[in-house]
Design a protein around this ligand. Structure first.
Ligand SMILES: [Zn+2]
Length: 233
């Protein structure tokens, strides 16, 4: 696990991604004294199994659920970029918006989604997840670092070098983080996403099983898994 102690930024595609995919790690980092900011790229307005759901209302509900869940884990703030759920594209506007947030919050560590889809790596399945992960890596290097990228961001948002990125990875994680002490907090945060969780008991069983499988090789009762990307100086 990282030895840095500066701010952490979680860049996710949808409200609920941080809590489902890495909530135990977020809570652990907060307990270790790190300040965590969530940046949620889309508005999450397609995330409903209810065919009568109105997308504008769903956006407001999901933003509030995400704020509550972040508070449970000790997250400092949540920012929403408002891109359309399910329609994310790798555009200049998205790269500029993510670069701006990196330069604003100046993290030592970014946690984000995985840009790769394989049949066993569920966090890489969703198209918005893959695009978010890929854009974040492009912004870490070189866009947030180089002052000639997005000149319109200067002078307010000075370049920033991010030294390390954790990309959520379930298939063959390079980094397995013990979340045994924060598993209950993670479940409490997931519980906040009422619009996404129909049968919480079934979700809890699934989340405990997943965390147990990820921890097995290390002897941790519960864990989360990542690719740990150290950005060359
Ligand atoms: Zn998602």
């Amino acid at each position: 696990m990282t030895t840095a102690n500066g701010p952490v930024m979680f860049v996710a595609a949808h409200p609920d991604d941080p809590d489902f995919l890495a909530g135990g790690t977020v809570a652990r980092l907060v307990k270790e004294g790190r300040e965590v900011t969530y940046v949620i790229v889309t508005n999450g307005n397609k995330g409903s199994a209810d065919r009568g759901a109105k997308s504008g209302r769903l956006t407001a509900i999901r933003e509030e659920e995400q704020r509550r869940a972040a508070r449970v884990l000790g997250g400092r703030r949540v920012k929403f970029n408002g891109y359309e759920d399910g329609e994310l594209e790798d555009t200049r506007a998205l790269r500029r918006d993510v670069t701006r947030e990196i330069r604003r919050w100046r993290p030592d560590l970014i946690i984000t989604l995985n840009p790769h889809r394989t049949y066993n790596n569920f966090p890489g399945w969703h198209r918005d997840h893959r695009i978010t992960g890929r854009v974040v890596l492009d912004c870490v290097y070189p866009l947030a670092r180089d002052d000639l990228a997005f000149p319109e961001l200067l002078p307010e948002f000075e370049p920033h070098k991010v030294p390390e990125v954790y990309a959520v990875q379930w298939e063959q994680p390079h980094l397995v983080i013990d979340i045994t002490d924060t598993m209950d907090l993670k479940l409490e945060a997931i519980h906040c996403h009422a619009s996404q969780v129909g049968d919480f008991e079934a979700v809890e069983v699934r989340m405990r099983n997943r965390a147990a499988i990820l921890g097995k090789g290390k002897g941790y009762p519960y864990a989360e898994g990542f690719d740990d990307i150290v950005v060359p100086g």
